[in-house]
Design a protein around this ligand. Structure first.
Ligand SMILES: NC(=O)c1ccc[n+]([C@@H]2O[C@H](COP(=O)([O-])OP(=O)(O)OC[C@H]3O[C@@H](n4cnc5c(N)ncnc54)[C@H](OP(=O)(O)O)[C@@H]3O)[C@@H](O)[C@H]2O)c1
Length: 163
């Protein structure tokens, strides 16, 4: 279920709970799985990507809430929270261990369906998720991510200036 599809399908917030789910196996009395793509950016605030991060936290909570509602009907609704994957969106050109190709990521992710309702989907990402949420103090993480994004923005603006 794509968030974009849901946002297009009816007005917020009156109809939101009905959106998307009525196109899924539950509408036909079947069992099935719905994978909602959130992001690791939804696991904690990402300054300078605040709207993206907040919207991904929404996708995560939305999915987990729906999973609780539909579990008894045999429907799996999984919240997927990847770190970087080498796609057009991320602009990562060369896959690495921590930034896998989409094929590699998806193959690993699909092994978690039915086992985890909320997942980073890929072992190196699960380790990164654990380090960033369970090991690092939130304050430290916040200033690290802010610093990283400030320098990324500065690089981008410099490049724009140079034409
Ligand atoms: N890549 C990452 O590092 C990463 C990390 C965490 C989460 N995510 C999430 O993963 C999801 C997929 O991203 P991706 O990395 O696979 O990106 P991608 O390779 O750029 O693919 C995005 C897909 O969304 C489609 N799309 C874009 N805007 C759309 C719109 N307005 N209506 C309908 N379809 C639209 C694109 O269609 P066209 O090809 O026709 O443009 C494309 O098929 C996103 O929700 C992203 O936030 C990605």
């Amino acid at each position: 279920m794509w968030l974009g599809e849901q946002l297009n399908c009816d007005s917020w917030p009156k109809q939101f709970n009905k959106c998307g789910i009525n196109r899924t196996p539950v509408a036909f009395g079947k069992k099935g799985a719905i994978l909602n793509i959130s992001s690791a950016s939804g696991m904690y605030p990402v300054p300078l990507l605040t709207v993206y991060s907040a919207s991904k936290a929404f996708v995560d909570f939305f999915s987990r809430g729906l999973q609780a509602e539909y579990k008894s009907k045999g429907i799996i609704i999984q919240s997927v929270l990847p770190f970087f994957v080498a796609t057009k969106l991320s602009k990562v050109r060369r896959p690495t261990l921590d930034k896998p190709s989409p094929e590699r990521y998806v193959a690993a992710e699909l092994n978690t369906v039915g086992l985890q309702t909320q997942t980073n989907g890929y072992l190196p990402h699960a380790i990164m998720g654990w380090v960033t949420t369970a090991l690092l103090p939130a304050k430290m993480l916040n200033s690290y991510v802010m610093g990283m994004n400030v320098s990324q923005r500065a690089r981008y603006l410099k490049k724009q200036k140079q034409g």
